[in-house]
Design a protein around this ligand. Structure first.
Ligand code: ATP
Ligand code: MG
Length: 476
């Protein structure tokens, strides 16, 4: 089959000319070919495999452009990358790999295109297109990846037990591609994944996370999460999540399966956001439920303080999976911690102060919290679904009203420690903090308005109560 349509961009002609002069074979391979055949949007990265040195080929191509693009060489992997126009081109010499059992780093020899195709993870990722003059545009498909593309099947080119054991990352990649592309993993392959699941323990957190986050960013991450669970992979790197699985029954009372509920919540939120960390917050929002589960004879199943316990568990998970420990961590902790607060505000008697407090506590994350709460509605009863959603909309509206009136979101208390020291004979220390906090509380409780004048007068009253001496009192 000829697919020269895939390689009409001038960059491919350039490569073709260079290899013609060098009498070297080269091919486009992997994701670019797969996505072209699937009619997916053209990926920006193009992988080129060549029988010979990939690094030298990259350098020769770079010479043809002005200004000459930088060639980034990764000697250890024998690869080189250049950026031309919008493309990121990665060049690699074709290789033959053999693995030892305790490492995912193979010993490597130079090889042919076919050797290189055999070391690829899946038949649909092993498809190559010739860039050589006499066969330009020809599809080279030794493992019938084309049929697998048509039948939407993930299959390994060689024996799956060997492919997965050689590099266990491929097990997560299989699930990643199945999720992204909506493909099925061939049953024999899936059995092999289950058999080799414990091999992922040799992978670093970063490698797992790279692939896992691609699952999380798919249109329906729940597909991949369920597969990871069934393959017994998930329990090896996110045991907190899999321990939510199961339904217990005591005295005829059951609780819901919090694991499968969580998958639904992640799928729900993925329909309204592409924010990876909000999706993570959905993934972890019930994580404290396994540890806090109790059965109370009078009220049934309870999960008291699971939000607080859960938010405390986030750090260990982020560390293990080498997720970023700055803003994203704080954000996920915060959303988990406050995930049930809006529910508790759904009553007719909710006070303005409770609304103000949530507004103050959440700041810019308020809208995300409400998205999470709405995604958390997984009842199959349509009437209830609508009602619950309306309830949240109602609370959100009330908060917006309070916000307009009081300008409380992200507010900084109007009185500073400096103001307090200017007013009273008082040393820097704990008492200043107490006064500031009391003023903030008074604003949130609605005792005084959120402005300087009211806060100043309130501070004077506090000073009196605390018997503080005014500075320069006589002058006033
Ligand atoms: P995308 O970039 O769209 O996620 P891709 O198929 O290009 O998909 P990459 O991770 O960029 O995926 O890898 C490029 C190619 O390298 C793959 O198509 C596959 O042929 C090969 N490959 C990548 N990782 C592995 C691996 N662990 N084992 C075997 N082959 C791999
Ligand atoms: Mg790629």
């Amino acid at each position: 089959m000829n697919v020269s349509k895939a390689i009409q961009e001038p960059i491919f002609k350039q490569i073709s000319e260079v290899i013609e002069n060098k009498r070297q074979q080269a091919f486009v391979i992997g994701g670019f070919v797969r996505d072209f055949l699937l009619k997916r949007p053209n990926p920006e990265d193009i992988d080129i495999v060549t029988e010979g040195s990939g690094i030298e080929l990259a350098m020769a191509i770079a010479e043809r452009y002005k200004p000459k693009p930088k060639v980034s060489v990764f000697k250890r992997f024998g690869t080189a990358m250049i950026k031309v126009q919008n493309w990121e081109l990665e060049f690699v010499g074709a290789r033959k790999e053999s693995y030892s059992p305790d490492s995912r780093k193979p010993s490597v020899e130079n090889g042919t295109l076919e050797d290189d195709q055999k070391r690829r993870d899946f038949t649909v990722n092993a498809l190559a297109i010739s860039l050589n003059k006499d066969t330009y545009g020809e599809l080279i498909d030794p493992f019938d990846g084309l049929s697998d593309l048509q039948n939407k099947i993930i299959r390994t080119p060689l024996n799956p037990d060997i492919t997965y054991s050689d590099d266990p990352l491929r097990m997560i990649r299989a699930i990643r591609f199945a999720t992204q592309l909506n493909f099925t993993i061939e049953p024999l392959s899936f059995e092999a994944i289950k058999r080799n699941a414990q091999r992922i323990d040799i992978l670093s957190g970063e490698r797992i996370t790279d692939e896992f986050n691609k699952i999380m960013m798919s249109p329906q991450p729940g597909i991949g999460l369920k597969l990871l669970y069934e393959a017994k992979l998930l329990e090896r790197f996110l045991p907190e999540l899999t321990s939510l699985q199961g339904i217990e029954e005591i005295e005829g009372q059951k609780h819901k399966d919090n694991f499968f509920h969580t998958l639904e919540v992640v799928d729900n939120i993925s329909r309204s956001t592409t924010n990876l960390w909000l999706r993570w917050a959905a993934l972890l929002h019930d994580i404290g439920k396994a540890r806090t589960k109790r059965f109370d004879k009078k009220i049934g199943w309870t999960f008291h303080s699971h939000e607080f316990v859960g938010s405390k568990m986030v750090l260990a998970i982020f560390k293990r999976l080498k997720l970023p420990l700055g803003e994203p961590l704080k954000y996920v902790q915060k959303l988990v911690q406050y995930s049930s607060r809006p529910v508790s505000l759904i009553t007719d008697e909710v006070s303005d102060s409770a609304l103000r407090r949530l507004l103050f506590d959440m700041g810019n994350e308020l809208e995300d919290l409400f998205l999470l709460c709405k995604a958390d509605i997984t009842t199959k009863n349509t009437k209830k679904q609508i009602l619950f959603k309306q309830n949240f909309d109602y609370v959100e509206e009330k908060i917006k009203d309070v916000e307009e009136k009081d300008k409380i979101r992200n507010f900084q208390p109007p009185i500073t420690g400096h103001d307090i020291m200017k007013t009273f004979e008082i040393e820097e220390g704990k008492q200043i903090g107490v006064i500031k906090e009391t003023i903030k509380e008074a604003i949130l409780e609605g005792i005084i308005n959120n402005d300087y004048k009211n806060s100043y007068n309130y501070m004077l009253e506090l000073g009196k109560k605390l018997n503080l001496k005014r500075k320069n009192e006589t002058k006033l």
